[in-house]
Design a protein around this ligand. Structure first.
Ligand code: GUN
Length: 284
């Protein structure tokens, strides 16, 4: 049986359309939602992501700006800019694109962002709220995945969910969201002894590994929902996910493609979090 494809691009477009009215309602009250994205260094992939984030905001009537620094900038300069943005009433969301250059203390930078402007959901206060089951800002990629489950009519209660990857950006918050939704959750990593043993019993399989076509058809339980968070560039320039899409398509029940799956949902949920921040500030 061929799996049903969960179209992230279509869902992202639908959600972004629905955000326009919220943005206009806020703007009419003098609270046009505003996002600042800080980029340190010139990593080509990060530059593309940051451009897409800023353009995603502008396309639905939000305010957005990019602040760039040379990779050699000192941390104090960036921390001073964050403090300035924390105090700026026209800015509702602040995002520092990761990874940062090696001389940065990433945790210190993320903690410097005011928790009520932390639209990435990476501040310890927001991570804690998510862990306690009362999220304030949900990290954008796993938030987008949850929206895809919702759209696909996937009931997570009592399901065996396996997440491959334990990063702060995707794996850990994804696991917390699945726990909060009532799934039975296993988080695997590169040291996991028998990965296939775990993945083969997953009703829900989320791959956030960073290795092209890592998840093969023999690792997937027939009928499973397979979510591919990976965005890898192949030598020929094409994008591919962490899942061998062609192979897994014949085993899974539902599957996300790359491109056009989780990727467009990540930026969509960043827009959602920024609008939400502005609505909270406006007392809506
Ligand atoms: N780098 C890769 N993904 C992300 C993300 O979701 N947020 C930030 N700030 N940096 C990233």
């Amino acid at each position: 049986m061929t799996a049903q494809i969960i179209d992230g691009k279509a869902l992202a477009d639908e959600l972004r359309q629905s955000f326009k009215a919220r943005v206009e309602a806020l703007a009419a009250k003098g609270h046009r939602p505003g996002l600042v994205v800080i980029l340190v260094g010139a990593d080509p992939a990060s530059e593309v992501y940051v451009r897409n984030k800023v353009n995603g905001c502008l396309a639905i009537g939000m305010h957005s700006e990019k602040i760039t620094y040379e990779a050699s900038v000192d941390q104090a300069t960036v921390l001073n800019k964050i403090a300035e943005l924390n105090a700026d009433p026209n800015i509702h969301g602040i995002l520092v694109q990761l990874p940062l250059p090696k001389h940065f203390d990433e945790e210190k930078v993320l903690e410097a962002i005011a928790a009520d402007k932390d639209v990435d959901g990476f501040h310890a206060e927001n991570v804690g709220a998510l862990a306690q089951g009362n999220p304030r800002f949900i990290p954008c990629t796993p938030y987008g995945v949850m929206k895809m489950f919702e759209k696909g009519g996937v009931d997570l209660t009592g399901q065996e969910a396996v997440v491959i990857g334990r990063s702060n950006i995707v794996g850990k918050p994804m696991a917390l969201l699945l726990i909060n939704a009532g799934a039975t959750v296993t988080v695997c990593n590169s040291r996991t002894k028998d990965l296939k043993f775990h993945t083969r019993r997953a009703d829900i399989l989320v791959a956030a590994v960073g290795k092209p076509k890592f998840v093969t058809a023999d690792m997937v339980k027939p009928g499973a929902v397979v979510i591919d968070v990976g965005i890898n560039r192949l030598p020929d320039g094409k994008l591919c996910g962490d899942v061998d899409f062609a192979g897994c398509l014949e085993v899974a029940g539902q599957i996300t493609p790359v491109p056009g799956g989780v990727g467009p949902m990540t930026i969509t949920m960043l827009l959602a979090n920024t609008i939400e921040a502005a609505e909270r500030k406006a007392g809506l």
